[in-house]
Design a protein around this ligand. Structure first.
Ligand code: ACO
Length: 379
């Protein structure tokens, strides 16, 4: 922290609180994350994604009827406007799924919102329902495959798997998909959620907030790290190369994707759960590459960087889980967005209930009293 003329600069807004929230609590020293008081590990084990979405949006666990109503509403909202389908078909095959998602959510505001209710909770549920459809349509069209329309009989997570692969998941994969989405659904005022809140604080609309949040999540310091983890593992090649890779990266002052966190100063609780999923899947799929390299990376990086409180974050093992599930690397960050949209929308709704425009300040360090030199007189 530095200060100038009495104004303190909090670089990266580290440790700056801008609002109260009752959505989630993170204890970075103890590696604890709870959604509305319930540990995330418990929710990942016991709940469905729709149940967690209800919990985050409404503030309590739904009863059977409330849950069934939300499930039905979301299943009925999965189709996307034909204009948006056409738009996806026209996009370049090589377009990054996060760019596709960002563009399409922006278009939701133009096409979808005209015919639907303007209730913010319904908007949140509708946007959440549609993100998997966009990602899967673009994925399949860009690879010359026919899109798989949503199946209303499947839950949100299983339907996403089905729309990508064309196959209905077995019970084990369905549970895993639910758990992955739950683990990614909410995480306080991270960069993408904060982006959504800044936009909402101007009393702009939900679509603009979510469009901005998707752009923030894409970056490799945030959600984009899960793709980078797989690039790194492929570059490393075998567990024997891990030590030299890490040493070289640290010597060159490069950040190792999948490690470090602004808030967690110990193991991210989600990384522990995801590690076990990755371990199980790697046995099931006979993987002798991805999991062993990641586990060795964890050991070496923690040995070298624990003194700086650098530990695995959510992205170290999530990419491996997706890889072993057969998902293409390009959609990993989009899967993150499919889940996190619940946290984004919930924070937007919570914050705007007692809204104050978010407007920090910068400290001017440029020249004072500079002279205006006419264009003709400039060199
Ligand atoms: N590899 C090596 N060193 C690291 C790493 C890393 N992954 N992360 C932090 N460090 C070091 C920094 O070099 C710095 O060292 P120094 O004090 O000697 O200069 C110290 O730890 C503090 O790091 P900062 O970058 O200042 O921490 P900050 O809170 O600003 O950044 C961030 C957090 C962006 C997550 C960072 O740890 C990082 O870049 N990690 C790699 C990318 C990544 O995995 N991002 C996903 C995060 S989780 C999420 O957003 C979903």
């Amino acid at each position: 922290m530095t200060s100038f003329e009495g104004v303190k600069i909090f670089k990266g807004l580290e440790n700056v609180a801008i609002a109260e929230t009752s959505l989630s609590y993170i204890n970075g020293e103890k590696g604890r994350l709870v959604y509305r008081g319930i540990p995330v590990e418990v929710l990942a084990e016991k709940a469905s994604f729709e149940e967690v979405a209800f919990l985050l949006w409404f503030g309590y666990l739904p009863n059977r009827k409330e849950l069934d109503d939300l499930i039905r509403f979301m299943a009925d909202s999965r189709d996307i406007h034909p204009e948006i389908e056409d738009h996806i078909a026209r996009l370049p095959n090589k377009a990054h799924p996060m760019d596709v998602l960002r563009s399409c959510v922006s278009l939701f505001g133009v096409f979808e919102d005209l015919q639907a209710s303007h209730d913010e909770l319904q908007r949140a549920a509708r946007i959440t329902a549609k993100l998997p459809t966009i990602v899967s349509y673009h994925y399949r069209l860009s690879r010359g495959m026919k899109p798989v329309p949503p199946d209303k009989t499947l839950d949100h997570a299983s339907n996403f798997y089905y729309m990508i692969t064309g196959e209905k998941p077995d019970e084990e994969i369905s549970k895993l998909m639910n758990s992955i989405l739950i683990l990614h659904a909410e995480q306080g005022l991270n960069a993408s959620t904060f982006t959504a809140m800044v936009i909402a604080s101007t009393l702009s609309d939900m679509y603009s907030s979510i469009t901005g949040a998707i752009g923030a999540l894409k970056g490799p310091l945030h959600g984009g790290a899960n793709e980078k983890v797989i690039d790194m593992i492929e570059e490393i090649g075998t567990p024997e190369n891990v030590e030299s890779y890490v040493e070289k990266a640290l010597k060159e002052k490069r950040k190792i994707p999948g490690f470090g966190h602004r808030v967690y100063k110990t193991y991210d609780p989600r990384s522990k759960v995801l590690k076990e999923y990755a371990r199980k899947l790697s046995l099931k799929m006979n993987d002798a590459k991805y999991f062993p390299i990641a586990e060795k990376l964890e050991k070496v990086v923690v040995e070298k960087l624990a003194h700086k409180k650098i530990f695995p974050n959510v992205d170290l093992y999530s990419g491996i889980v997706y890889k072993l599930l057969g998902f293409p690397k390009e959609i990993y960050t989009a899967i993150f967005a499919i889940a996190r949209v619940v946290g984004w929308t919930a924070h937007v709704i919570e914050y705007t209930k007692s809204n104050k425009i978010i407007r920090p300040c910068g400290v001017y360090v440029g020249p004072m009293n500079a002279e205006y030199i006419p264009l003709e007189a400039r060199e």
